[in-house]
Design a protein. Structure first.
Length: 278
């Protein structure tokens, strides 16, 4: 099955990814009637309902209508881009489509959503995901804030001699706001593996040894691109399962999706209450 219908501008290696993002943002403004967005959210597995809770949807655009986006390769991911009017009058761009690095389309396409969000004017980027937990106290369905990351993909969205500081990449200010909403929210270091295979127990032990608490396949590369674009980043993981070897039970994708569905109302409400305060 083809992963997309129309030619993708990223197929041209000479294309400027920031120009593609600018064109995408222009079309989002035209289709939504919203000239500038203030915040953006990427909703990963289990977080989809937040789009309905944070405000009033003013436009829903199929992601494949916007240059550079492709059809989601993952069941359970919604391929739409929404413009949502928040109760405080701000505009949120909700990206229900995410391209993962493991899809093999290159990092430019992985971070296109983030760069497009920045080009629409968003200064805050909320990145959510479903992930495996290393802390044994985290049962499936536990949300956790990302305090930092370790990028094990051996890739970067930055090209050439682009040196970007990643100290405080996951904004302390935004984490404080999240803690005001729910003081019990735990934090952890997110370790991004390439995937799409889940980690081996030995890899999970390595992640733990080097300081990781969460294992996943998405957010670190996106966070780096968000920082490059000058956005403040809030990262949140839904722990859908204990990571391989932490739990004696083998992982299955359908169980990961199921855990996401069960936790969805609670974590989406949590996210909506955080967004309300931004
Ligand atoms: N590892 C990596 N990614 C994941 C996991 C996991 O255990 N669970 C959900 N996404």
């Amino acid at each position: 099955m083809a992963s997309e219908d129309a030619p993708n501008p990223f197929d041209d290696p000479a294309a400027d990814p920031f120009e593609i993002a600018r064109v995408a943002a222009e079309l989002i403004a035209r289709r939504s009637g919203v000239e500038r967005h203030d915040i953006a959210l990427t909703l990963g597995s289990g977080w989809g309902r937040a789009a309905d809770l944070i405000g009033e949807t003013v436009a829903t655009i199929p992601a494949t209508d916007i240059p550079g986006f492709s059809r989601s390769a993952v069941p359970g991911h919604v391929g739409t881009i929404r413009s949502v009017l928040l109760p405080n009058g701000k505009h949120a761009l909700v990206l229900g489509a995410r391209t993962h690095y493991y899809e093999g389309h290159g990092v430019r396409r992985v971070v296109h959503g983030v760069r497009t969000a920045a080009a629409t004017g968003a200064s805050v980027m909320i990145l959510t995901n479903g992930a495996g937990g290393i802390k044994e106290t985290w049962g499936p369905g536990t949300p956790a804030l990302i305090s930092d990351h370790i990028n094990l993909t051996a890739a970067s969205p930055l090209e050439g001699a682009t040196f970007i500081d990643l100290t405080d990449l996951y904004s302390q200010r935004l984490r404080d706001i999240a803690h005001e909403v729910d003081a019990s929210l735990d934090e952890g270091v997110y370790v991004q593996f390439r995937g799409p295979h889940y980690e081996t127990p030995a890899e999970v032990q390595m992640a733990k040894t080097i300081g990781g608490h969460i294992v996943g396949m998405s957010t670190a590369l996106e966070a780096i691109a968000a920082r490059q674009s000058g956005m403040e980043v809030l990262g949140m993981s839904l722990i859908t399962n204990l990571a391989a070897g932490i739990s004696p039970i083998p992982l299955s994708h359908s169980e990961v999706i199921e855990a996401g569905k069960t936790a969805e109302p609670v974590i989406s409400d949590l996210l909506a209450r955080i967004v309300e305060r931004l």
